[in-house]
Design a protein around this ligand. Structure first.
Ligand code: MN
Length: 149
């Protein structure tokens, strides 16, 4: 069995946001995370569930043609493998092995279309860090989203 993968894409659409996608059952379960993930366990990030995406969607880096708002640019901000530790209807905990993200995270449903993403307090945690600002570029191309379009 191949190891499940995760990807975080940065997407310049109506608003600039991140899309967290986690492989589960042959699709990518997906959440839009406006501010992106944090390696600081004290930081709680809103994660809005969106429809499952195909595995192929997680490979996309480029510019969506005809984007009505924003440039439509997408970069693969991080990717790697993921171990789903708990997979419940309103809670996921998982361990990622990415280029930027590492260690445990939890996603917990707190409302109708509202989940919270938080870093686990483990050896990979980096209190006080702001990884999306520190490491803005694509892990595939080294480019930032504004250099694609
Ligand atoms: Mn998006």
């Amino acid at each position: 069995m191949p190891v499940p993968r995760f990807v975080v894409q940065q997407h310049d659409a109506t608003t600039l946001h991140f899309d967290l996608r986690i492989e589960d059952g042959g699709v990518l379960r997906s959440w839009a995370v406006p501010k992106g993930p944090s390696m600081d366990p004290a930081v709680r990030r809103l994660a809005v569930p969106v429809e499952d995406h195909s595995m192929a969607a997680g490979e996309f880096e480029g510019v969506h043609e005809g984007s009505s708002r924003g440039s439509g640019a997408v970069i693969i901000w991080d990717e790697g493998t993921v171990d789903l530790v708990r997979n419940e209807p309103e809670h996921l905990s998982f361990v990622v092995h990415g280029h930027k993200l590492a260690g445990g995270f939890a996603l917990t449903r707190t409302g109708e279309r509202r989940w919270i993403l938080v870093k686990a307090r483990d050896e990979q945690a980096r209190p006080g860090s702001d990884i999306t600002a520190e490491q803005p570029a694509s892990v595939r191309s080294g480019r930032t989203y504004d250099k694609l379009s």
